[in-house]
Design a protein around this ligand. Structure first.
Ligand SMILES: *Cc1c(COP(=O)(O)O)cnc(C)c1O
Length: 362
């Protein structure tokens, strides 16, 4: 770093985010199960919209995202005026931190929470605070015990990544009611669609002034590469976030593809039903191999090994076979591997390699 040209205090404390690996040198049959991507990719309607959008590359996009907000409102029964769209839900998380947290403020999240909460808090100069979980599950009392005068934002992913666990709406409601008055509760619904009978907290947002929901097109809709997310909140919060948001934060391509993806009910229902089926199959296989998992409400399974050493050894065995899963030591879970639920062939392949590894351990 230059002696004179220095970033804001705290920036150099930020640990660089490491994405899921996607390649293994010298292999062309790699199976990537490390980033919770939809194994079927984007749907046909999204791909067609992508090609059509190529004709308008010279046009500036809409600044208010009205068409996509209307479509989201209609689909989920929400007030489009209180929806904000961003370059992935990561950008909504970052807007929230920029707008509501700064030096001296605290941003609270749970023990095995998403790494972006910490990074976005640090970028804003705020102090990240971690509340312990109980059995890898969000613990409302532990969060309340850490919440105080300085708490500005509380992030909860429900279902959570990388644990796959979730808490019921009644618990979220209890948390929203008991938080200090100046704290905003953010419900990260990146995996909300995968959870049975769960609205991501949308109805709760409608009844409270201190709850925001974030959602994404990256997981269920298979559009992680295009970067589209959105948030739903009280009017006063959305007004603030729109002031932080750049006017052209989403391209024509992102807006058009997102709208098409939302309408692709065939792709959505196939993705959901295949995920539920193979997620449960994979969990059962792992259990049979002596590797416990918590019931997952998302599109991945967290495999718990005996210890970090065994998890590392299994990861090495998987890599040697061309299978990439996610090591989650950076989430405080070094004894675990997070495995994205792929299609049938992918699930059978990963279970087979882990099975061979466990046989060698016996
Ligand atoms: C994948 C993920 C996101 C979504 O990220 P995008 O920026 O929308 O791609 C948000 N939160 C959690 C917990 C995630 O796992």
């Amino acid at each position: 770093m230059s002696a004179q040209i220095r970033p804001q205090p705290g920036i150099m404390d930020i640990a660089l985010y490491k994405g899921g690996t996607s390649a293994i040198a010298g292999r062309d049959d790699v199976l990537k199960l490390s980033s919770n991507e939809n194994p079927f990719g984007a749907g046909d309607l999204a791909r067609q919209a992508y090609l059509r959008a190529g004709h308008d590359l010279h046009r500036y996009p809409s600044t208010d995202h009205a068409a996509l907000r209307m479509a989201l409102g209609a689909q989920f029964g929400l007030d489009p005026e209180r929806i904000i769209c961003g370059a992935g839900s990561d950008e909504i998380i970052s807007f929230l931190c920029q707008a509501y947290a700064g030096p001296g403020d605290e941003v609270l999240y749970s023990q095995h929470g998403f790494l972006m909460y910490r990074i976005s808090a640090q970028v804003a100069g705020a102090t990240p605070v971690v509340a312990p979980e109980t059995d890898r599950t969000t613990d409302v009392d532990a969060i309340l015990a850490k919440a105080g005068k300085r708490t500005k934002l509380v992030f909860i992913a429900n279902p959570n990544n990388p644990t796959g666990t979730m808490i019921p709406l009644s618990e979220i409601m209890r948390l929203a009611k008991a938080l200090p008055k100046q704290a905003l509760l953010v419900l990260d619904g990146a995996y909300a669609e995968y959870a049975a009978e769960y609205d991501g907290g949308a109805a709760l947002v409608d009844t409270r002034k201190n709850v925001v929901m974030t959602r994404t097109f990256s997981k269920l809709h298979g559009l992680g590469g295009l970067r589209i997310g959105w948030g739903y909140g009280p009017g006063h919060v959305i007004d603030v976030l729109n002031r932080v948001r750049g006017p052209f934060n989403l391209s024509n391509m992102q807006l058009a593809v997102a709208e098409a993806a939302l309408a692709d009910t065939a792709h959505i229902s196939r993705s959901l039903s295949e995920n539920a089926r193979w997620r449960d199959w994979l969990s059962e296989r792992l259990t049979a191999l002596g590797i416990p998992t918590d019931y997952s409400h998302a599109n991945f399974v967290l495999a718990r090994f005996r210890d970090a050493e065994q998890a590392d050894a299994c990861n090495a065995a998987l890599l040697a076979d061309g299978v990439i899963v996610r090591q989650v030591g950076s989430y405080g879970l070094p004894e675990c591997l997070r495995v994205t639920v792929g299609d049938e062939a992918a699930c059978r392949r990963v279970a087979h390699v882990i099975g061979m590894f466990m046989e060698g351990q016996a």
